[in-house]
Write a protein that binds this ligand. Sequence first.
Ligand code: BES
Ligand code: ZN
Length: 905
Amino acid sequence: MVKYCQGMVVWLAAVGSVLSVQQAVPARAASPFVSDATPGQLPKTVAPLAYTIDLTPDLKRLSLRGHETVRIALAGPTDTLVLNQAGLTLASATVDGVAAHITQDEALQTATFQLPHPLTAGEHTLVVDYTGPIPQTPNGIYYNDYTDRAGQHRRMLVTQFEVADARRMFPGWDEPSFKAHFTLSVTLPDDLVPLSNMPVATAAPAGEGLRRTTFQPTPRMSTYLLALVAGDMASTAGRTEGTPVRTYAPAGQEKDGTYATQSAVKILPYYNSYFGVRYPLPKLDMIAIPGNYEAGAMENWGAITFIDDAVLYDPQQSAPSTKERVFLVVAHEMAHQWSGDLVTMAWWDDLWLNEGFATWMETRALDRFNPTWEIWPRQHEDRERAMAQDALPTTHPIQHPIHDISEASSAFDSISYQKGSQVIRMLESWLGKDTFRAGMRRYMKAHAYGNATSQDLWNALSAVSGRNVGVVARTFTEQPGIPLVQVARHCTAGRSVLTLRQERFTIHDPFPQPLTWQVPVVAGAPGVPSHRVVLGTDPATLSFPGCGQAITVNVGENGYYRAQYDALGLAALRTGFARLSPAERANVLGDQFALFEAGRASLAEYLSFVALLPTTGERSTAVWQEVVTHLLQIDRMERDTPSRAAFRAFARGVLAPAFTRLGWEEKKGEPLPEAMLRPQIIAALASLNGPDVITQGLTRFDAWQRHPDSLPSGLVGPVAGIAGQYGSSADFDALAHLLRQAPDTESKLRLYAALAHTHDPAQVEHAALLATDGSIPNGRIVRALAQLARESEQPEAVWQIVLARQATIRQRLTPGGQAMLLPAVAAQSNDPATGAALMADPASRASAGARQEARKAEDQIGQTVELTGRTHTAVAEWLATLAASPATAPEGMRVFLERLPPRSP
Ligand code: BES
Ligand code: ZN
């Protein structure tokens, strides 16, 4: 149900966010960018101006030789230079021709150059010769072995430097505020196509089948955005507003990049205009890395890299959702070409400026070019992801202190991405689209080729809007958590009068710190003009003509807050539900479920809204996705209960009309949201043990094995999933066989997801092996194991397997992946003992980031355990109410009430 794989985008726990507004605001938070005040490991007294890096990678011996010249500027006299390196062997270093004494610290990832005499303030030239390894783990400079479409074994050279791995390719000042120019040369076999941020300046034979390529110098940029890729690649090409755009793929697969190229050609002019600054580089390349890649994609300036399934789209083989995902990922990384690359966060504590903004902008771009894809209402899923993390005690503010690289890695979570994007969305809605864009243009212009902090953004938005934007925005970026707007309603003299108050919304938090926000609320009802108010500490009163209309206080779901209505308000929403917009229907459902999770409302209150859907002819994919997610969540918690079968009958009854409408067959020319919903409804009905869907699915799986063309691409996933869960052991073996043969990441992950549905303990064991034996890309192992734990409904068994084999599994993981391994699997459990075992494991103490991830997972388990207990009682009560008085049950539910088994004692 996740829109796209979130790469390293993980969910994170941060330490003690129980601070009041004043305390929660770090001293630096309200400051514009000033180099000296920027956090970081390296002294600010030495700054690199320009690097010239000459590399000779040996792809057979997997080693690297490098020679670099760096022009540096000294703020004052010094005889020591400290810079970053990791895993390199530095052979010599000179400054202005004078040899320096070299010491390396592998724990701190630094090198220190000690000079015999102090250097004067001003410019100097540093020259370093070094060697280093080229490993397979996908961070730093690494290699990727793959089999091409012609069956040939190939080797590719790849780099991935964010967060802090440029230091594995060259010694340097590897922090985002040390921007400099880079001129890169590389000597490689002449049958490989070398790609970097800039176009090739010169290329010449360098003996014995080798060629030396020099790229044009880059503009001033951060180290983490540098890229070098070389392989047997071919491209599709386009051009827009003078910028050549290419999508590179392993030769033979380049046609599958056509859709990405076309998308980028549309998006680039849109961004040129939106940001008010033209795309600053002479070309834009997008590069598909087959398999060995940890993130989903990386915004290297002018040379964006992607894992193949996030950029290649084959209309015959890819699922409909892949088409949307490719557009979103391309739009996201392209947004970074401005927000992130041209203007870069000063330090990782402002990571959300990069990621929250790009996440918001990808949605905006998709909506601009595909208005029928209903993307904004489907943002509901992102909002729920952010709020799920943000309600728990281990959440953290969007802006929070980052002390080291492990903490920086774990900042790539749903707070930086999804909450960040939702807060931007709310600010745009509050200030107005044109004003917000004017502020962005001002911000881009002011900080181009430089760095910025959140305060720089508030200043730009304040200047164009005439409002003090920081006063509102900072309550959302510098405090953790979610506001809850309480809505009391009464009717006087033919008018509805609403009184709004705020408090903090938390889940499973024994000691929540009360917090207050400045909440831009938009209240309205269908056909009635909206009221806007910034809700602070004092209650606000709004008055609408008429009584009984369905008034919501989050029109369009543009605001980052939850709402709780009183009985009168809820009754009106129930009556007028079908007339709300899809975003508002999803909003009311999402809030109602969360209120149950928080212990503030009954489950029956939520389910009575859900039970409306069969009667209202619901068509919105956003609304169905919202309901599917929560019905499946309840169903998982109902594992091993006597009421599960009856609950499943209820849930299937809710989904039945959607399935009747969509059917099994894709309809020519149907809107993409329908094509995306069909597999989700089928998979949900199968999970809920729907007999007809299971029988049909198994029949279709048989036919598909004999005739692979018999299934449309969108149904391969759910049909294979049905075989994985309900098929024979021969079916499971067939899936495992297909997985090993699968040529590309999309089909591998699709087949793995199917296998992960098995409930058979021996097959679970087998599937755990398949996750970690090279059958799927190493960068997807952690997610695959978490998926197996969840879908197999045997989280504790998978946890035990992973715990026992972690030493072997870790060999395939990057440091970031290692920090996530145990927490990602443990978080699927509903046994407190798993949480305790996680906290006790030495891996949970390996770094600050690992500790945060472990605490977050433990928090999640605690919440699930508590919620599961309440759910059992609540579901039994709900079913008893329905069975006892079917007449009171909402219309449309009676059909399946008859199927309810008698209540067990
Ligand atoms: N900058 C990130 C890639 C990244 C993530 C690097 C974590 C290092 C650590 C990139 O812009 C990104 O956000 N990628 C996402 C996909 C995106 C479309 C949400 C990813 O990798 O999942
Ligand atoms: Zn990003």
